[in-house]
Design a protein around this ligand. Structure first.
Ligand code: NAI
Ligand code: AKG
Length: 454
């Protein structure tokens, strides 16, 4: 039977490092296994520090892409990491040693792997989904990425066939439960049809992929109004305003329930602080509206503050969501990691996307205890440009490279992301949303050509 463990170490700079070891006791076959650490995905798409010595906890080798540093921890190893971080911060001598600290047996999940290939669920989604998913498949194939896609064409668009949308949705959930790992576009939710539940939301709730991570950072060579934007939006994904509990008390009076629980607030807060710690980020800002929703957002805010006490090395502050929106467009550089309830995350990830170039370039993921689903961080369907060969595939491609890193396939991730950034920096091929006139196909071709030169 395969067994897995995590070794957590503190390096000579006092940084925590975790290495997953997957052991097959029957074959004696050992390999480094990154992907199973789904419960805490700790990621920053670019190197977040100017200091050459300050490297975040990372599975990427020091020679990996200068842009990308990512790390993952299982739930239990993350807990251990937190404990060790506290211990290390109290014991200065630990900052100067490099030693193996602990071995933790974990309840890690195991993505499906046949032979040397992973099976990953691919849900292209509605609107531009098919086109950008095609771009990902083409580029991954060209780089011989060891992934077999299990594609499920779920859709929120009403096809008229009774039950078919629901059936495909159920199939996508089954596939994700089986494979533990997915790449997903966005499913449309008609505004006008009452009673039609959002499949996106239902999926996050059913799989309990509770932590949405949206990476907002300027792309080198693509200038927007603000420079040096580098912030991470961590959003509770399963409750809050998205609980879907609404009813009409009497005609003309609707009650819509926002659910905030201490348990879910605590786990998203822990995720945010563990993320900050692991990625050498300095500050966590709690976004809320506790001046008005004193009970709900008050609980969220208090919970974040109490979790913060376990992370003395990370600065913490909080900000009312209205002000945060204004601050984000006027002085986004003040933000580092931001943690918030569901709806505020939707709004701020849209503001964030606009700061750095739009929804077409912002990657993201949704992390749970058992399942990880990578999807564009700013979740747009793009029905208006469906089938027009105009979509920017960057957001899905970079979400895909995050997935590769999650699997420990750093070489593939580095090559692909370098090619994407390289093409954007060259400026010759850019899609319309970035001010160019390249089609999705031309942009994809340019990335393939760039990969040949790397
Ligand atoms: N309407 C829906 O069914 C859903 C809406 N949402 C939420 O609502 C927000 C807005 O959604 P919508 O109004 O449906 O936005 P949308 O899908 O209409 O997108 C807004 C604009 O951005 C463009 N765009 C988006 N992605 C692009 C890409 N990759 N390349 C080039 N252009 C791109 C679209 O063409 C469109 O002009 C989302 O951020 C999300 O938070 C989320 C899921 C489903
Ligand atoms: O699924 C939908 O229609 C909306 C969900 C949403 O707003 C989001 O994913 O941010």
């Amino acid at each position: 039977m395969p067994r897995a463990s995590t070794r957590v170490t503190v390096d000579r700079r006092g940084m925590l490092r975790a290495v997953g070891i997957h052991k097959s006791t029957s074959t004696g076959y050992h390999f480094r296994c990154f992907a199973p650490f789904a419960a805490f995905f700790l990621s920053s798409i670019f190197h977040s520090s100017n200091s050459p010595t300050a490297r975040p906890l990372s599975f990427a080798s020091p020679s990996a892409s200068p842009y990308i540093v990512e790390a993952m921890l299982s739930r239990s190893s993350a807990r251990t990491a937190q404990r060790l971080a506290r211990a290390a911060s109290r014991q200065p001598h630990l900052q100067n040693v490099s030693r193996s600290f602990a071995t933790v047996e974990t309840d890690i999940f195991k993505p499906t792997k046949f032979g040397s290939k992973y099976t990953v669920t691919l849900i292209p989604g509605d609107g531009i989904g098919a086109e950008v998913a095609e771009s990902v498949k083409t580029i991954f194939k060209a780089d011989s990425v060891p992934i077999d896609w299990e594609q499920v064409d779920a859709s929120g668009v009403d096809s008229g066939a009774p039950g078919s949308a629901e059936e495909m949705f159920r199939e996508s959930i089954a596939s994700l439960k089986r494979n533990k790992l997915g790449l997903k576009g966005i499913l449309h939710t008609p505004i006008s049809r009452s009673g039609h539940q959002s499949f996106n939301v239902a999926m996050r709730q059913e799989l309990d992929i509770y932590a949405s991570v949206c990476l907002i950072k300027n792309i080198p060579g693509y200038n927007t109004r603000h420079k040096d934007v580098d912030l991470v939006i961590i959003r509770e994904n399963t409750e809050g305003e998205y609980s879907g509990l609404e009813h009409q008390s009497v005609p003309g009076v609707v009650e819509s329930l926002k659910i905030i629980t201490r348990l879910k607030s605590e786990r998203i807060a822990k995720f945010a602080f563990a993320f900050a710690l692991a990625n050498n980020r300095k500050k966590v800002t709690c976004i809320h509206k506790a001046n008005i929703m004193k009970l709900a957002d008050g609980l969220f805010r208090r919970t974040v503050q109490s979790v913060a006490a376990d992370y003395p090395t990370i600065e913490v502050n909080d900000m009312i969501v209205d002000n945060a929106s204004m601050q984000a467009v006027s002085k986004p550089q003040q933000f580092d990691v931001m943690v918030m309830p569901n709806l505020y995350g939707g709004i701020l990830s849209n503001i964030g996307a606009a700061l750095v170039g739009g929804p077409g370039i912002v990657p993201g993921c949704n992390m749970g205890r058992d399942v990880a689903v990578f999807e564009p961080g700013c979740r747009h369907v793009g029905l208006d440009i469906k089938g027009k060969d105009q979509a920017n595939p960057t957001a899905l491609l970079l979400s895909g490279t995050m997935l590769l890193r999650h699997l420990g396939l750093d070489d593939h991730a580095n090559r692909i992301s370098r090619a994407v950034y390289g093409v954007i920096a060259d400026g010759k091929y850019r899609t319309r949303d970035m001010g160019g006139d390249s089609t999705t196909h031309e942009f994809t071709r340019a990335i393939l050509d760039k990969m040949d030169t790397l």
